[in-house]
Design a protein around this ligand. Structure first.
Ligand SMILES: *[C@@H]1O[C@H](CO)[C@@H](O)[C@H](O)[C@H]1NC(C)=O
Ligand SMILES: *[C@@H]1O[C@H](CO)[C@@H](O)[C@H](O)[C@H]1NC(C)=O
Length: 269
């Protein structure tokens, strides 16, 4: 992720936050601007935040606190209209070359064509675990909730209470798992038109700029309960539905890239 550099420079102090329940914290108290303050707006007394991309710059923000485990949620409304070539990333990340990182990346598209949600898991500096889905709604017309439940046993990527990905702690199989490094929460919008839309074929049409992604209702991370089973049966069937109907890429099934699937692919639900 290109934007790690920006945030890495600016996150100087590692302050481990006490994890407690608060609802809908003001974004201007939880976050600070990491990139292009003149492209970032706080609205409604800090209850809403807008990130802008135009032909001059993208923009980004990061949390002041870092967290080791937790249940994190943000509501996001993505770039409306023609968003081809834009990438909006919402992710957790630690610092340094052995960083852990949990990514949501929204790859824009031409008006009417589907946005892709790409997720990725980095552990101990290594990613290459992409999954891609289409969403079952237009993510640019309303706010939807994107969240991560992260504990010692598993990581769940959630979209509006629907699990879209599970990454189990498979340390026993030799798979590194993010469990030692605290992570900050980041977001940015940037020009990804070299790869994002139809593999880079569709470029940004700057006549549609500025491109704006909106954020609200950040839930200060709460302790994520750590049962052995990540999903209830009802959640499991929702995940199966997402995989069957909306998944368009899974690194686990990419035989060219991984002739032998990585070990976690056997056990992730
Ligand atoms: C950037 O966009 C502005 C507003 O549309 C336009 O006036 C300007 O010429 C553009 N600059 C470049 C370098 O394309
Ligand atoms: C954009 O739309 C095209 C055509 O429907 C589709 O193939 C592609 O997966 C969509 N998403 C992106 C990010 O390219």
């Amino acid at each position: 992720m290109g934007f790690f550099l920006y945030s890495g420079i600016l996150l100087v102090t590692a302050c481990l936050a006490t994890v407690e329940a608060t609802v809908g914290s003001a974004l201007d108290t939880e976050f600070y601007v990491t990139w292009a303050a003149d492209h970032v707006k706080f609205l409604n007394s800090g209850q809403e935040l807008h990130l802008t991309l135009d032909n001059v710059s993208g923009s980004g923000f990061a949390s002041k606190n870092k967290y080791l485990f937790g249940n994190m949620n943000m509501q996001i409304k993505l770039v409306p209209g023609d968003s081809a070539g834009t990438v909006t990333a919402f992710y957790l990340s630690s610092q340094g070359s052995n960083r852990d990182e949990l990514d949501f990346e929204f790859l824009g598209n031409k008006s009417g064509d589907p946005t892709i949600l790409q997720t990725n898991v980095y552990a101990n500096g290594k990613g290459d675990r992409e999954q891609r889905i289409y969403l079952w709604f237009d993510p640019a017309t309303e706010f939807h909730t994107y969240g991560v439940i992260w504990n010692a046993a598993y990581i769940l990527f959630m979209v509006d209470e629907v699990p879209v990905r599970v990454f189990m702690n498979n340390k026993a199989l030799g798979v590194p798992y993010p469990e030692k490094q605290a992570m900050g929460i980041f977001s940015s919008i940037w020009n990804g038109d070299s790869w994002a839309t139809q593999g880079g074929l569709v470029k940004i049409d700057w006549s549609y700029a500025p491109f704006v992604a909106a954020y609200r209702n950040f839930q200060t991370p709460q302790t994520a309960a750590s049962s052995r089973e990540p999903l209830t049966p009802a959640q499991k069937s929702k995940l199966d539905w997402v995989k069957k109907s909306y998944m368009i890429y899974d690194y686990c099934g990419d035989k060219q890239r991984y002739p032998v699937p990585p070990p976690e692919c056997q056990t992730n639900v």
